[in-house]
Design a protein around this ligand. Structure first.
Ligand SMILES: Nc1ncnc2c1ncn2[C@@H]1O[C@H](COP(=O)(O)OP(=O)(O)O)[C@@H](O)[C@H]1O
Ligand SMILES: [Mg+2]
Length: 284
């Protein structure tokens, strides 16, 4: 990541306490050696108390060696990287907004594939999980191209569709890479994604999950807004949306199309500019 890190792209038409989202700089991978060393010195905070289901969620190793398997650069591994600090800033502002409005569920999506939705969702979840006394859930709801498991270097225990249909219990589907982070990973693609997300059981299962885990924040990694109707189908389940723009490819027209599609259905929490260019300038 460059020293530029995240850079503010655009503040949405939201109250003054809304999330001033910014952008990650992409392309380059963090230089591993010195940064990896800092990860071990900064363990996640243990929450004071966790509701009982957390004890039954399988804990998976997520130490430096396990994180080295991750496909994406992870902020928990590269704590000293400017991008990690930017994710922490993003986290803090997001939490501020969610708390002010009593919201918990956030969809992360983008106009097109490859913008960095999974990159942002995973790193934001890791950053959220470092907040003392927090309880964070990350769900991979991109049935077209599930990416969270690979991004984290973890193996999904099964198909998320089974969990959302109510046939697989929470304890068998979720994994716990950090003490206060539960992740719902998906092992298989499913072309009937919109039907799953629209399904009668999906809303109830997620509500039950939020309640039983006492979740403070849930992030949902969703497919691109302009490519499938899955995200639209899922909007009733979230309080707001974070939109990821790729500084190297997303156009203003794409963002406008997303805004139009989302308007009236959910709140736009902010737009994150990923892979920001070194020099400032409007997206074309
Ligand atoms: N800011 C970034 N820095 C480094 N690599 C990035 C960044 N953003 C995305 N990538 C890489 O780009 C690829 C696509 O990102 P991903 O988050 O999977 O996109 P999406 O989920 O939107 O399809 C991944 O290989 C990811 O590692
Ligand atoms: Mg993805």
């Amino acid at each position: 990541m460059s020293e530029q890190g995240f850079r503010r792209f655009r503040r949405r038409s939201a109250p003054a306490d809304a999330v001033p989202f910014a952008a990650g700089e992409g392309g380059s991978q963090p230089s591993a050696a010195p940064l990896a060393a800092t990860a071990a010195a900064a363990p996640a905070q243990l929450p004071a108390t966790l509701p009982e289901p957390w004890d039954r969620i399988r804990q998976v190793p997520f130490d430096a060696a396990a994180q080295a398997q991750a496909r994406l650069p992870l902020v928990s591994r590269f704590r000293a990287d400017p991008a990690a600090k930017s994710f922490d800033l993003l986290r803090t502002r997001l939490l501020h907004t969610l708390k002010a409005r009593g919201w918990k569920r956030v969809a992360v999506t983008a106009p097109a594939a490859g913008c960095g939705t999974t990159f942002t969702a995973v790193n934001l979840a890791l950053s959220l999980a470092r907040v003392p006394d927090s309880r964070t859930v990350l769900m991979d709801m991109n049935f077209r191209r599930p990416g969270a498991a690979q991004a984290l270097g973890m193996t999904a225990p099964g198909e998320l569709a089974g969990f959302l249909s109510g046939s697989v219990p929470l304890e068998d589907q979720l994994l716990r890479p950090l003490p206060s982070l539960a992740v719902g990973l998906n092992s298989a693609t499913d072309q009937d994604a919109a039907e799953i997300l629209h399904g009668r059981s999906c809303a109830g299962v997620l509500e039950d999950m939020m309640l039983r885990l006492g979740a403070g924040t849930a992030l949902f990694d969703l497919p691109p807004v302009l490519e499938h109707d899955d995200t639209a189908a899922f909007l009733p389940q979230v309080d707001g949306v974070v939109l990821i723009a790729d500084g190297t490819s997303t156009t203003a027209a794409q963002l406008a199309a997303c805004e139009k599609m989302l308007a009236g259905h959910t709140q736009m929490l902010g737009v994150v500019l990923n892979r920001a260019r070194k020099t400032d300038g409007p997206l074309n």
